[in-house]
Design a protein around this ligand. Structure first.
Ligand code: XMP
Length: 319
């Protein structure tokens, strides 16, 4: 793609120009956006880049291993794997308000980056894979009320105390363009085709209080659901698919016994840029088979529902 080829050259020159000899820290989430940003910056400045992958305990099953293998082994990047599960889950303990959760996670991300920035000599920049839709969803009009829809943790001015300047090479791009750029940069298709995953991770798919028990159940259910979608060849038709665990237990019956376990909701949408979305029209056979598998394979869940809300009026995530 000649356009992306030109964008790549331009972006690389701009990064070199902005950064000079200084060191850049990049928060790597495992998502397409931060991955493409990291590879682009790595191409521009090589070992002046250190990536920090924060395991906040809110990742999907197998996620940490996949990301670390890919960037350390395949790309040979300097990568810090920060296991901060106890920190995040500790601070989130007992918190159920969605915006409070996001604020806590955003603040801790900054603290964690700060901690790592402090030990990297010359670290003066923080790279983020912020996209254009993130930028415009967070705009607030002066004089009027804030129209921020959600406080996306990766947008909106870092605290002064951090003393780091933002590098955001994807700020002008939409998701499909980021994927094209990733292809241009040689990232494997299996990685580029991944569904988006939000920075706050499973926290915003676990309405109400977050507990380790719920997170473990959610991870297992999500893995079964994604496996179903892949087996049916639907993964690439869907923009995003995930399970949300509901803050309610309901009664069921299994074998001779009564169960009293969590209900979950399956979510799947099609979208071009994440700003509007339609729910995905699975067949009843697919939904029935998936519900049966989740209930049989995931202890802790005894009821499965399908979310048929489009965006608007819903959002893609549950919080
Ligand atoms: P919503 O739920 O607002 O999501 O319809 C739109 C898209 O944005 C993702 N999303 C986030 N991504 N940090 C992120 O990096 C966030 O805080 C965040 N919140 C939502 C969501 O997964 C969907 O792709």
């Amino acid at each position: 793609d000649w356009t992306m080829g030109a964008y790549r050259e331009q972006a690389i020159a701009a990064i070199r120009d902005q950064v000079g000899d200084a060191h850049v820290i990049c928060g790597l989430s495992g998502g397409v956006d931060s991955s493409v940003a990291a590879v682009l910056i790595h191409e521009a400045i090589g070992d002046q880049l250190t990536c920090v992958f924060v395991d906040h305990g809110l990742l999907r099953k197998g996620e940490a291993e996949e990301v670390v293998t890919m960037f350390r082994d395949h790309y040979n990047m300097a990568l810090i794997h920060a296991d901060e599960r106890d920190l995040f889950l500790g601070e989130l303990d007992g918190v159920s308000d969605p915006e409070t959760k996001r604020k806590i996670i955003g603040r801790l991300f900054i603290d964690v980056f700060q901690k790592h920035a402090n030990v990297i000599p010359d670290a003066r920049f923080l790279a983020q894979g912020t996209l254009y839709p993130d930028v415009i969803e967070s705009v607030s009009f002066s004089g009027g009320p804030s129209v921020t829809i959600k406080s996306h943790h990766n947008v909106g001015g870092l605290p002064e105390k951090m003393g780091l300047t933002l590098v955001e090479p994807l700020r002008e791009l939409f998701k499909d363009e980021v994927r094209a750029l990733g292809t241009e940069l040689g990232l494997p298709q299996s990685f580029i085709g991944r569904h988006p995953f939000p920075g706050p991770g499973l926290a915003i798919r676990c309405p109400g209080e977050i507990t380790r028990e719920k997170l473990d159940i959610l991870r297992e259910a999500d893995a079964v659901y994604i496996d179903q979608i892949r087996k049916h060849g639907l993964y690439d038709e869907i923009w995003q698919a995930f399970v949300a665990i509901l803050p309610v237990r309901t009664v069921g019956v299994m074998g001779d016994g009564r169960t009293y376990d969590f209900a979950c909701a399956l979510r799947a949408v099609t979208s071009v840029d994440g700003m509007t979305a339609d729910y995905y029209p699975f067949t009843h056979e697919f939904l029935g088979e998936t519900a049966t598998r989740i209930i049989n394979e995931v202890p802790g869940i005894n009821r499965v529902t399908y979310d048929i809300t489009s965006k608007p009026p819903g959002t893609i995530e549950w919080e």
